[in-house]
Write a protein that binds this ligand. Structure first.
Ligand SMILES: NC(=O)c1ccc[n+]([C@@H]2O[C@H](COP(=O)([O-])OP(=O)(O)OC[C@H]3O[C@@H](n4cnc5c(N)ncnc54)[C@H](O)[C@@H]3O)[C@@H](O)[C@H]2O)c1
Length: 276
């Protein structure tokens, strides 16, 4: 059997733990199954942009979540049934389970999980208060754990799943500006990525992370002055920040059925700032 549209012979994938066709089988057979991408915090102020890149136009139905959803009702309505949004604070395990229950009730299952929620407040080691430390870890690290722990077992049973975690260049380097709590939380995300990758590899479920430097989102534009942005841009060998579409391309690549041999990878998007 050939994977539709690629010309490649279908590689062997792990059989599902229970009977029935996997998502991979359905895609390979061209049965038009639309996988469900669940994006744990998607929008900030850029929902229309995000939805396009995170998969709706790539054939996914998308379940988007964030701390609040009322501010995007109009945008969501324009996307019809292929997009639904749910309120979820990733740092609250009760909310994580409730939102995932709702998503599964609405769409049936979760095939791809993008752990995108993040919190950053610049503070150096001396300025970092216990409150800032704990809040950063709760959102960036506890959140990834709670969401992944909730969605991975279903993926395992179906024999297919993709978890993509948003780490950071700061996790590997300490960052170009002081952000110890953020760097430590994202370092934890990388370690969690390895743990989930190892545990779920036999079941057709991959877990990978992205390590971007600077992506043109609110996190950058609202917290970094234009002057500092110009300085940072100069340090990046390609001479610019990462575009959202470029980040999206990497998410979709790691989510693709043919990326099943890639797991436990931390993919750098740093414009050549560091090679490892
Ligand atoms: N923008 C960058 O330069 C950059 C670089 C490296 C990594 N990242 C990572 O990429 C991801 C997306 O960041 P962004 O740049 O779009 O930031 P952003 O601040 O624009 O968006 C982050 C989103 O997370 C949501 N969020 C915050 N706390 C939450 C919580 N407790 N529960 C649920 N949602 C919550 C916010 O409401 C917001 O919509 C983050 O994990 C971030 O750490 C960003």
């Amino acid at each position: 059997m050939r994977y539709r549209g690629t010309g490649f012979a279908r590689p062997q994938v792990s059989p599902p733990a229970k009977g029935g066709a996997t998502l991979y089988d359905s895609l390979a057979a061209g049965q038009g199954v639309e996988p469900l991408a669940f994006v744990a915090s998607i929008w900030g102020e850029s929902l229309p942009h995000d939805v396009r890149w995170t998969g709706r136009d790539a054939g996914y139905r998308v379940a988007a979540t964030d701390l609040r959803t009322d501010n995007v009702a109009d945008t969501l309505a324009a996307h019809g049934e292929r997009l639904a949004c749910f309120t979820m604070d990733v740092s609250d395990i009760v909310q994580v389970h409730a939102a995932c229950d709702q998503i599964e009730a609405h769409f049936g299952r979760i095939d791809v999980c993008v752990n995108n929620a993040g919190f950053l407040q610049y503070a150096n080691c001396e300025q970092t208060t216990p409150e800032l430390w704990h809040k950063t870890l709760r959102v960036n690290l506890d959140g990834v754990f709670y969401v992944s722990q909730r969605v991975a077992p279903g993926m395992k049973v179906r024999g297919f799943g993709r978890i993509v975690n948003m780490a950071s260049f700061g996790a590997k380097t300490g960052g170009l500006s002081p952000l110890p709590a953020y760097a430590a939380s994202k370092g934890g995300v990388i370690s969690l990525t390895f743990s989930f990758a190892r545990e779920y590899a036999p079941f057709g479920v991959t877990c990978n992370a992205l390590a971007p430097t600077f992506v043109k989102t609110q996190m950058l534009t609202e917290q970094v002055s234009p002057e500092r942005q110009a300085e940072l841009r100069q340090k990046i060998p390609v001479g610019r920040f990462c575009e959202l579409e470029e980040l999206a391309h990497s998410v979709l690549f790691l989510a693709h059925p043919l990326s099943g041999f890639i797991t436990g990878e931390v993919l750098d998007l740093n414009g050549g700032l560091q090679f490892d």
